[in-house]
Design a binder for this molecule. Structure first.
Ligand SMILES: [Zn+2]
Length: 479
Protein backbone atom coordinates (compact mmCIF):
# COMPACT_ATOMS: atom_id res chain seq x y z
CA UNK A 1 0.00 0.00 0.00
CA UNK A 2 0.96 3.60 -0.02
CA UNK A 3 -0.08 6.31 2.32
CA UNK A 4 -0.27 9.87 1.09
CA UNK A 5 3.26 10.65 0.15
CA UNK A 6 5.18 11.80 -2.83
CA UNK A 7 7.42 9.81 -5.07
CA UNK A 8 10.12 8.12 -3.20
CA UNK A 9 12.53 7.55 -5.96
CA UNK A 10 12.82 6.66 -9.53
CA UNK A 11 15.49 6.23 -12.10
CA UNK A 12 15.99 7.82 -15.45
CA UNK A 13 14.47 6.13 -18.45
CA UNK A 14 17.85 6.08 -20.09
CA UNK A 15 18.79 3.25 -17.77
CA UNK A 16 16.18 1.01 -19.33
CA UNK A 17 17.81 -1.97 -20.88
CA UNK A 18 17.35 -2.18 -24.60
CA UNK A 19 16.25 -5.56 -25.78
CA UNK A 20 15.12 -6.71 -22.35
CA UNK A 21 11.58 -7.93 -22.64
CA UNK A 22 10.33 -6.17 -25.67
CA UNK A 23 7.32 -8.41 -25.90
CA UNK A 24 5.00 -9.84 -23.30
CA UNK A 25 2.49 -11.35 -25.62
CA UNK A 26 0.12 -13.79 -24.08
CA UNK A 27 1.40 -17.17 -25.13
CA UNK A 28 -0.50 -19.12 -22.54
CA UNK A 29 -2.05 -21.56 -24.97
CA UNK A 30 1.30 -23.00 -25.90
CA UNK A 31 2.53 -23.43 -22.39
CA UNK A 32 2.42 -26.28 -19.95
CA UNK A 33 -0.58 -26.90 -17.76
CA UNK A 34 1.19 -25.22 -14.90
CA UNK A 35 1.54 -21.99 -16.77
CA UNK A 36 -2.00 -22.34 -17.98
CA UNK A 37 -3.02 -22.66 -14.35
CA UNK A 38 -1.30 -19.42 -13.64
CA UNK A 39 -3.49 -18.11 -16.38
CA UNK A 40 -1.07 -16.14 -18.45
CA UNK A 41 2.00 -16.33 -20.57
CA UNK A 42 5.54 -16.96 -19.66
CA UNK A 43 7.86 -14.05 -19.17
CA UNK A 44 9.40 -12.80 -22.35
CA UNK A 45 12.43 -14.96 -22.89
CA UNK A 46 15.77 -13.49 -23.62
CA UNK A 47 16.66 -11.96 -20.31
CA UNK A 48 19.68 -9.84 -20.95
CA UNK A 49 21.93 -12.02 -18.87
CA UNK A 50 21.65 -15.01 -16.65
CA UNK A 51 19.73 -18.10 -17.48
CA UNK A 52 16.70 -18.21 -15.26
CA UNK A 53 14.21 -20.94 -15.92
CA UNK A 54 10.70 -20.12 -16.96
CA UNK A 55 8.34 -18.69 -14.41
CA UNK A 56 7.56 -21.16 -11.63
CA UNK A 57 4.09 -22.69 -11.55
CA UNK A 58 1.89 -22.44 -8.48
CA UNK A 59 1.82 -25.36 -6.06
CA UNK A 60 -0.59 -27.98 -7.46
CA UNK A 61 -1.70 -28.70 -3.87
CA UNK A 62 -2.64 -25.09 -3.20
CA UNK A 63 -5.84 -24.46 -1.26
CA UNK A 64 -9.17 -23.99 -3.00
CA UNK A 65 -11.23 -21.14 -1.60
CA UNK A 66 -14.82 -20.21 -2.36
CA UNK A 67 -16.16 -16.87 -1.16
CA UNK A 68 -19.85 -16.08 -1.21
CA UNK A 69 -20.59 -12.49 -0.18
CA UNK A 70 -23.91 -10.69 0.19
CA UNK A 71 -23.89 -6.91 0.56
CA UNK A 72 -27.00 -5.92 2.48
CA UNK A 73 -29.26 -3.15 1.25
CA UNK A 74 -27.85 -0.99 4.06
CA UNK A 75 -24.55 -1.04 2.08
CA UNK A 76 -22.58 -1.56 5.29
CA UNK A 77 -23.23 -5.16 6.26
CA UNK A 78 -21.70 -8.08 4.39
CA UNK A 79 -22.68 -11.63 5.25
CA UNK A 80 -20.98 -14.56 3.68
CA UNK A 81 -19.75 -18.10 3.60
CA UNK A 82 -16.20 -19.19 2.90
CA UNK A 83 -15.32 -22.73 1.92
CA UNK A 84 -11.71 -23.87 2.13
CA UNK A 85 -10.20 -27.10 0.87
CA UNK A 86 -6.80 -27.33 2.51
CA UNK A 87 -4.09 -29.90 1.76
CA UNK A 88 -1.54 -30.06 4.53
CA UNK A 89 2.04 -29.33 3.47
CA UNK A 90 3.19 -30.69 6.84
CA UNK A 91 1.47 -32.18 9.88
CA UNK A 92 -1.07 -29.96 11.63
CA UNK A 93 -4.07 -30.25 13.95
CA UNK A 94 -5.61 -26.86 13.22
CA UNK A 95 -6.42 -24.23 10.61
CA UNK A 96 -5.56 -20.60 11.40
CA UNK A 97 -7.28 -17.62 9.79
CA UNK A 98 -6.42 -13.94 10.05
CA UNK A 99 -9.25 -11.49 10.61
CA UNK A 100 -7.68 -8.46 8.97
CA UNK A 101 -10.68 -6.11 9.40
CA UNK A 102 -10.23 -6.35 13.19
CA UNK A 103 -6.82 -4.63 13.03
CA UNK A 104 -6.14 -2.16 15.84
CA UNK A 105 -8.35 0.89 15.45
CA UNK A 106 -10.95 -1.03 13.46
CA UNK A 107 -13.59 -0.84 16.12
CA UNK A 108 -13.32 2.94 16.29
CA UNK A 109 -13.95 3.07 12.55
CA UNK A 110 -16.89 0.70 12.77
CA UNK A 111 -15.22 -2.30 11.14
CA UNK A 112 -15.72 -5.74 12.57
CA UNK A 113 -15.41 -9.31 11.24
CA UNK A 114 -17.05 -12.09 13.21
CA UNK A 115 -17.26 -15.81 12.50
CA UNK A 116 -20.79 -17.01 13.07
CA UNK A 117 -20.53 -20.74 12.41
CA UNK A 118 -18.00 -23.36 11.33
CA UNK A 119 -18.69 -26.66 9.62
CA UNK A 120 -16.57 -29.56 8.43
CA UNK A 121 -16.17 -33.31 8.99
CA UNK A 122 -12.87 -32.83 10.80
CA UNK A 123 -13.85 -29.82 12.90
CA UNK A 124 -13.49 -30.37 16.67
CA UNK A 125 -13.97 -26.79 17.78
CA UNK A 126 -12.98 -23.25 17.07
CA UNK A 127 -12.38 -19.86 18.63
CA UNK A 128 -10.74 -16.46 18.43
CA UNK A 129 -7.21 -15.55 19.41
CA UNK A 130 -6.42 -11.98 20.31
CA UNK A 131 -3.44 -11.32 18.03
CA UNK A 132 -3.20 -7.81 19.52
CA UNK A 133 -6.19 -6.80 17.40
CA UNK A 134 -9.55 -5.32 18.29
CA UNK A 135 -12.43 -7.54 19.36
CA UNK A 136 -13.45 -10.19 18.82
CA UNK A 137 -9.85 -10.98 17.86
CA UNK A 138 -7.28 -10.94 15.11
CA UNK A 139 -7.05 -14.67 14.53
CA UNK A 140 -9.60 -17.46 14.28
CA UNK A 141 -8.47 -21.03 14.90
CA UNK A 142 -10.31 -24.19 13.88
CA UNK A 143 -9.19 -27.25 15.84
CA UNK A 144 -9.36 -30.56 13.97
CA UNK A 145 -10.49 -33.97 15.22
CA UNK A 146 -7.46 -35.61 13.67
CA UNK A 147 -3.95 -34.65 12.81
CA UNK A 148 -3.50 -34.00 9.13
CA UNK A 149 -0.34 -35.53 7.74
CA UNK A 150 1.42 -33.92 4.83
CA UNK A 151 -0.76 -34.55 1.80
CA UNK A 152 -4.00 -35.01 3.77
CA UNK A 153 -6.92 -32.85 2.76
CA UNK A 154 -9.71 -31.34 4.83
CA UNK A 155 -12.63 -29.09 3.99
CA UNK A 156 -14.24 -26.48 6.20
CA UNK A 157 -16.89 -23.82 5.79
CA UNK A 158 -17.16 -20.60 7.79
CA UNK A 159 -20.15 -18.28 7.95
CA UNK A 160 -19.15 -14.72 8.76
CA UNK A 161 -20.48 -11.19 9.15
CA UNK A 162 -18.48 -8.13 8.22
CA UNK A 163 -19.46 -4.62 9.25
CA UNK A 164 -18.09 -1.82 7.08
CA UNK A 165 -17.18 1.39 8.88
CA UNK A 166 -16.72 4.82 7.45
CA UNK A 167 -13.86 6.18 9.51
CA UNK A 168 -11.19 6.45 6.85
CA UNK A 169 -9.40 4.75 4.00
CA UNK A 170 -9.03 1.21 5.21
CA UNK A 171 -9.24 -2.20 3.63
CA UNK A 172 -12.95 -2.22 4.35
CA UNK A 173 -15.28 0.75 4.40
CA UNK A 174 -18.18 2.69 3.03
CA UNK A 175 -18.62 6.16 1.59
CA UNK A 176 -21.24 7.91 -0.52
CA UNK A 177 -22.25 5.56 -3.29
CA UNK A 178 -19.64 2.89 -2.62
CA UNK A 179 -18.79 0.02 -0.31
CA UNK A 180 -15.60 -1.99 -0.36
CA UNK A 181 -13.99 -4.86 1.46
CA UNK A 182 -10.58 -6.39 0.91
CA UNK A 183 -9.25 -9.13 3.19
CA UNK A 184 -12.92 -9.03 4.16
CA UNK A 185 -13.26 -12.74 4.93
CA UNK A 186 -11.20 -14.97 7.24
CA UNK A 187 -7.82 -15.23 5.50
CA UNK A 188 -6.03 -18.57 5.56
CA UNK A 189 -2.80 -17.66 7.37
CA UNK A 190 -0.44 -20.34 6.11
CA UNK A 191 3.18 -20.07 5.06
CA UNK A 192 3.62 -23.31 3.10
CA UNK A 193 6.49 -25.40 4.38
CA UNK A 194 6.81 -23.24 7.49
CA UNK A 195 3.53 -23.22 9.38
CA UNK A 196 0.68 -20.99 10.51
CA UNK A 197 1.35 -17.26 10.56
CA UNK A 198 0.21 -16.04 13.98
CA UNK A 199 2.04 -12.73 13.76
CA UNK A 200 0.53 -10.03 15.93
CA UNK A 201 -1.17 -7.01 14.47
CA UNK A 202 0.63 -3.68 14.87
CA UNK A 203 -0.50 -0.14 15.45
CA UNK A 204 1.18 1.39 12.41
CA UNK A 205 -0.26 1.69 8.91
CA UNK A 206 0.64 -1.35 6.85
CA UNK A 207 -0.02 -5.01 6.16
CA UNK A 208 0.96 -7.86 8.45
CA UNK A 209 -0.58 -10.87 6.72
CA UNK A 210 0.94 -13.99 5.21
CA UNK A 211 -1.27 -16.07 2.94
CA UNK A 212 -0.70 -18.74 0.30
CA UNK A 213 -2.03 -18.49 -3.23
CA UNK A 214 -5.30 -20.36 -3.62
CA UNK A 215 -7.64 -21.24 -6.44
CA UNK A 216 -10.31 -18.69 -5.70
CA UNK A 217 -13.93 -18.35 -6.72
CA UNK A 218 -15.93 -15.32 -5.67
CA UNK A 219 -19.64 -14.59 -5.75
CA UNK A 220 -21.12 -11.26 -4.74
CA UNK A 221 -24.82 -10.45 -4.37
CA UNK A 222 -25.43 -6.71 -4.41
CA UNK A 223 -28.26 -4.25 -4.99
CA UNK A 224 -28.99 -4.19 -8.71
CA UNK A 225 -28.09 -0.53 -9.24
CA UNK A 226 -24.48 -1.09 -8.19
CA UNK A 227 -21.49 -2.40 -10.12
CA UNK A 228 -18.91 -4.81 -8.70
CA UNK A 229 -15.18 -4.58 -9.43
CA UNK A 230 -13.09 -7.26 -7.76
CA UNK A 231 -10.22 -9.72 -7.82
CA UNK A 232 -10.38 -12.26 -10.60
CA UNK A 233 -11.77 -12.80 -14.05
CA UNK A 234 -15.32 -11.45 -13.78
CA UNK A 235 -18.31 -12.81 -15.66
CA UNK A 236 -21.24 -10.67 -16.71
CA UNK A 237 -23.61 -10.15 -13.78
CA UNK A 238 -26.78 -12.19 -13.45
CA UNK A 239 -30.18 -10.86 -14.42
CA UNK A 240 -31.89 -8.73 -11.80
CA UNK A 241 -33.85 -10.76 -9.30
CA UNK A 242 -35.53 -9.34 -6.21
CA UNK A 243 -33.73 -6.09 -6.84
CA UNK A 244 -30.29 -7.67 -6.80
CA UNK A 245 -27.65 -8.98 -9.17
CA UNK A 246 -25.02 -11.64 -8.59
CA UNK A 247 -21.46 -11.17 -9.81
CA UNK A 248 -18.94 -13.97 -10.07
CA UNK A 249 -15.21 -14.14 -10.63
CA UNK A 250 -12.52 -16.77 -10.70
CA UNK A 251 -8.83 -16.37 -10.08
CA UNK A 252 -6.71 -19.48 -10.15
CA UNK A 253 -3.93 -18.07 -8.00
CA UNK A 254 -5.03 -15.35 -5.62
CA UNK A 255 -3.64 -15.03 -2.10
CA UNK A 256 -6.41 -12.64 -1.05
CA UNK A 257 -9.45 -10.90 -2.48
CA UNK A 258 -10.72 -7.34 -2.90
CA UNK A 259 -14.31 -6.36 -3.73
CA UNK A 260 -15.67 -2.87 -4.43
CA UNK A 261 -19.38 -2.25 -5.04
CA UNK A 262 -20.56 1.16 -6.14
CA UNK A 263 -22.16 3.50 -8.60
CA UNK A 264 -19.21 3.01 -10.91
CA UNK A 265 -18.98 4.18 -14.48
CA UNK A 266 -16.54 1.71 -15.99
CA UNK A 267 -14.08 1.51 -18.86
CA UNK A 268 -12.53 -1.70 -20.14
CA UNK A 269 -9.50 -2.02 -22.36
CA UNK A 270 -6.98 -4.71 -23.18
CA UNK A 271 -3.22 -4.29 -23.07
CA UNK A 272 -1.02 -5.37 -26.00
CA UNK A 273 -0.13 -8.40 -23.87
CA UNK A 274 -3.76 -9.41 -23.46
CA UNK A 275 -4.47 -8.20 -19.91
CA UNK A 276 -8.04 -6.99 -19.55
CA UNK A 277 -8.12 -3.78 -17.52
CA UNK A 278 -11.37 -2.49 -16.03
CA UNK A 279 -11.52 0.78 -14.15
CA UNK A 280 -14.44 2.33 -12.35
CA UNK A 281 -15.12 5.86 -11.17
CA UNK A 282 -17.91 7.25 -9.03
CA UNK A 283 -20.08 10.19 -10.09
CA UNK A 284 -18.17 13.47 -9.74
CA UNK A 285 -14.85 11.63 -9.43
CA UNK A 286 -13.11 14.28 -11.48
CA UNK A 287 -11.30 11.53 -13.40
CA UNK A 288 -12.81 9.67 -16.33
CA UNK A 289 -12.72 5.90 -16.23
CA UNK A 290 -10.99 5.70 -19.61
CA UNK A 291 -8.24 8.04 -18.45
CA UNK A 292 -7.64 5.83 -15.45
CA UNK A 293 -7.57 2.82 -17.77
CA UNK A 294 -4.93 4.54 -19.92
CA UNK A 295 -2.74 5.12 -16.86
CA UNK A 296 -3.18 1.49 -15.84
CA UNK A 297 -2.26 0.13 -19.27
CA UNK A 298 0.82 2.36 -19.31
CA UNK A 299 1.88 1.13 -15.86
CA UNK A 300 1.44 -2.52 -16.84
CA UNK A 301 3.52 -2.00 -19.99
CA UNK A 302 6.36 -0.19 -18.24
CA UNK A 303 6.53 -2.68 -15.40
CA UNK A 304 6.27 -5.75 -17.65
CA UNK A 305 9.21 -4.48 -19.64
CA UNK A 306 11.30 -4.46 -16.47
CA UNK A 307 9.94 -7.43 -14.51
CA UNK A 308 8.38 -9.79 -17.05
CA UNK A 309 4.82 -10.66 -17.97
CA UNK A 310 1.98 -9.24 -15.89
CA UNK A 311 0.94 -11.97 -13.45
CA UNK A 312 -2.83 -11.98 -14.05
CA UNK A 313 -5.31 -12.14 -16.90
CA UNK A 314 -7.24 -9.17 -15.55
CA UNK A 315 -6.83 -6.08 -13.40
CA UNK A 316 -9.63 -4.01 -11.90
CA UNK A 317 -9.11 -0.53 -10.49
CA UNK A 318 -12.04 1.00 -8.62
CA UNK A 319 -11.39 4.65 -7.81
CA UNK A 320 -12.62 5.43 -4.30
CA UNK A 321 -13.09 8.89 -2.78
CA UNK A 322 -9.82 10.75 -2.39
CA UNK A 323 -8.39 9.79 0.94
CA UNK A 324 -4.86 9.60 -0.28
CA UNK A 325 -3.47 6.23 -1.10
CA UNK A 326 -3.92 2.83 -2.59
CA UNK A 327 -4.06 -0.74 -1.42
CA UNK A 328 -3.00 -3.64 -3.57
CA UNK A 329 -4.80 -6.94 -3.88
CA UNK A 330 -4.35 -9.74 -6.39
CA UNK A 331 -5.58 -8.46 -9.76
CA UNK A 332 -7.43 -5.57 -8.09
CA UNK A 333 -6.40 -2.24 -6.62
CA UNK A 334 -8.32 0.01 -4.24
CA UNK A 335 -7.21 3.44 -5.35
CA UNK A 336 -8.27 6.29 -3.06
CA UNK A 337 -7.62 9.36 -5.14
CA UNK A 338 -6.44 9.61 -8.75
CA UNK A 339 -2.65 9.67 -8.51
CA UNK A 340 -0.57 8.16 -11.29
CA UNK A 341 2.43 7.44 -9.09
CA UNK A 342 0.37 5.68 -6.45
CA UNK A 343 -1.30 3.64 -9.21
CA UNK A 344 2.09 2.62 -10.63
CA UNK A 345 3.22 1.57 -7.15
CA UNK A 346 0.12 -0.56 -6.63
CA UNK A 347 0.39 -2.16 -10.08
CA UNK A 348 4.00 -3.08 -9.20
CA UNK A 349 2.61 -4.97 -6.22
CA UNK A 350 1.03 -7.43 -8.67
CA UNK A 351 4.55 -8.77 -9.08
CA UNK A 352 5.80 -8.02 -5.57
CA UNK A 353 3.13 -9.33 -3.17
CA UNK A 354 0.55 -10.71 -5.60
CA UNK A 355 2.81 -13.14 -7.45
CA UNK A 356 6.03 -13.13 -5.42
CA UNK A 357 4.50 -13.25 -1.97
CA UNK A 358 6.13 -12.50 1.35
CA UNK A 359 5.45 -12.41 5.03
CA UNK A 360 4.20 -8.85 5.21
CA UNK A 361 4.89 -8.94 8.95
CA UNK A 362 8.42 -10.40 8.92
CA UNK A 363 9.80 -9.11 5.61
CA UNK A 364 7.71 -6.11 4.55
CA UNK A 365 10.54 -4.80 2.39
CA UNK A 366 10.11 -7.70 -0.04
CA UNK A 367 6.91 -6.11 -1.27
CA UNK A 368 7.13 -2.46 -0.23
CA UNK A 369 10.77 -1.71 -1.06
CA UNK A 370 10.45 -3.51 -4.39
CA UNK A 371 7.17 -1.77 -5.29
CA UNK A 372 8.70 1.60 -4.35
CA UNK A 373 11.80 0.76 -6.37
CA UNK A 374 9.57 -0.16 -9.30
CA UNK A 375 8.20 3.40 -9.38
CA UNK A 376 11.49 4.16 -11.11
CA UNK A 377 10.18 2.77 -14.40
CA UNK A 378 7.91 5.79 -14.72
CA UNK A 379 9.02 8.60 -12.44
CA UNK A 380 12.29 10.47 -11.96
CA UNK A 381 14.35 9.77 -8.87
CA UNK A 382 14.39 11.63 -5.62
CA UNK A 383 17.57 12.05 -3.65
CA UNK A 384 18.81 8.47 -3.56
CA UNK A 385 21.90 9.16 -1.48
CA UNK A 386 19.88 11.02 1.13
CA UNK A 387 17.31 8.23 1.34
CA UNK A 388 20.01 5.59 1.60
CA UNK A 389 21.56 7.46 4.52
CA UNK A 390 18.38 7.24 6.61
CA UNK A 391 18.82 5.31 9.85
CA UNK A 392 17.52 1.80 10.47
CA UNK A 393 17.44 -1.53 8.68
CA UNK A 394 15.43 -1.86 5.47
CA UNK A 395 14.78 -5.49 6.44
CA UNK A 396 13.12 -4.76 9.79
CA UNK A 397 9.90 -6.55 10.75
CA UNK A 398 6.63 -4.70 11.35
CA UNK A 399 6.93 -4.84 15.14
CA UNK A 400 10.19 -2.89 15.02
CA UNK A 401 8.63 0.44 14.05
CA UNK A 402 7.18 2.84 16.59
CA UNK A 403 5.22 4.89 14.09
CA UNK A 404 4.12 4.82 10.45
CA UNK A 405 6.42 7.60 9.24
CA UNK A 406 9.48 5.70 10.37
CA UNK A 407 8.21 2.59 8.60
CA UNK A 408 7.62 4.46 5.33
CA UNK A 409 11.04 6.11 5.43
CA UNK A 410 12.95 2.99 6.32
CA UNK A 411 11.21 0.37 4.19
CA UNK A 412 9.80 2.37 1.25
CA UNK A 413 12.29 5.22 1.00
CA UNK A 414 15.54 3.67 2.10
CA UNK A 415 14.51 0.29 0.67
CA UNK A 416 13.93 1.70 -2.81
CA UNK A 417 17.16 3.70 -2.56
CA UNK A 418 19.06 0.55 -1.64
CA UNK A 419 17.70 -1.33 -4.64
CA UNK A 420 18.42 1.58 -7.00
CA UNK A 421 21.94 1.86 -5.65
CA UNK A 422 22.46 -1.89 -5.91
CA UNK A 423 21.33 -1.69 -9.53
CA UNK A 424 23.86 1.02 -10.26
CA UNK A 425 26.59 -0.91 -8.46
CA UNK A 426 25.97 -4.15 -10.33
CA UNK A 427 25.08 -2.60 -13.65
CA UNK A 428 21.46 -2.17 -14.71
CA UNK A 429 21.48 -4.93 -17.30
CA UNK A 430 22.81 -7.62 -14.97
CA UNK A 431 20.72 -6.44 -12.04
CA UNK A 432 17.48 -6.38 -14.02
CA UNK A 433 18.15 -9.87 -15.32
CA UNK A 434 18.82 -11.13 -11.79
CA UNK A 435 15.66 -9.51 -10.40
CA UNK A 436 13.64 -11.02 -13.19
CA UNK A 437 15.09 -14.42 -12.33
CA UNK A 438 14.14 -13.79 -8.68
CA UNK A 439 10.60 -12.99 -9.77
CA UNK A 440 10.27 -16.05 -11.97
CA UNK A 441 11.91 -18.47 -9.54
CA UNK A 442 9.72 -17.36 -6.64
CA UNK A 443 6.44 -16.85 -8.46
CA UNK A 444 3.35 -17.87 -6.46
CA UNK A 445 5.38 -18.65 -3.33
CA UNK A 446 6.20 -16.74 -0.18
CA UNK A 447 9.73 -15.52 -0.80
CA UNK A 448 12.34 -14.75 1.83
CA UNK A 449 15.40 -12.48 1.88
CA UNK A 450 17.70 -15.40 1.16
CA UNK A 451 15.82 -15.87 -2.13
CA UNK A 452 16.85 -12.33 -3.05
CA UNK A 453 20.41 -13.04 -1.99
CA UNK A 454 20.47 -16.21 -4.06
CA UNK A 455 19.24 -14.39 -7.15
CA UNK A 456 21.94 -11.74 -6.75
CA UNK A 457 24.69 -14.24 -5.86
CA UNK A 458 26.77 -13.32 -8.89
CA UNK A 459 26.48 -9.60 -8.20
CA UNK A 460 28.55 -9.03 -5.03
CA UNK A 461 28.48 -5.25 -5.44
CA UNK A 462 24.69 -5.32 -5.24
CA UNK A 463 24.75 -7.66 -2.25
CA UNK A 464 27.13 -5.31 -0.44
CA UNK A 465 24.72 -2.42 -0.87
CA UNK A 466 21.77 -4.45 0.42
CA UNK A 467 23.73 -5.71 3.42
CA UNK A 468 24.91 -2.20 4.27
CA UNK A 469 21.30 -0.96 4.14
CA UNK A 470 20.16 -3.73 6.45
CA UNK A 471 17.93 -5.26 3.79
CA UNK A 472 19.90 -8.50 3.80
CA UNK A 473 21.69 -9.86 6.81
CA UNK A 474 25.10 -11.43 6.31
CA UNK A 475 23.61 -14.80 7.18
CA UNK A 476 21.16 -14.47 4.27
CA UNK A 477 24.03 -14.53 1.80
CA UNK A 478 24.74 -17.68 -0.18
CA UNK A 479 27.81 -19.72 0.67
ZN1 LIG B 1 2.96 -0.56 -1.34
Amino acid sequence: MTARRRAVLAVAALLLVPGCGTSFADTVAAEARASADAGRGVPPGDPAEGDCAERAAPDPDRPRVGLDFRLDDDLRTVTGTETVVFTADRATVELVFRLVPNAPGAAAEGNRLTVDAVRGEDVAGSGYEDGQADGPGGLYVIRLERELEAGDETQVALDFTLLLGSGGFERVGTAEGVSWWASGAPLLAREPGVGWARDPFVGILGETATSPVADTHIRVSAPAALTVLMTGDQDEPSAVRDGRRTWTATEPVARDVSVAVGEFATATTTTPGGVRVTTGVLPDAGMPADGLADWTVEAIGDLAERFGAFPYRTLTVPLLPDRGGGIEYPSSILLAGADQLVLLHEVAHMWFYGMVGDSQFRDPWLDEAFASYAESVGFPPGDVAQQLALPGDVGAAMDQFSESGQYFEQVYGKGAAALLTARDAAGPRAFDAAVRCYVDANAWTIATPDDVARALADLPAALDVLVDAGALRPEDLPG
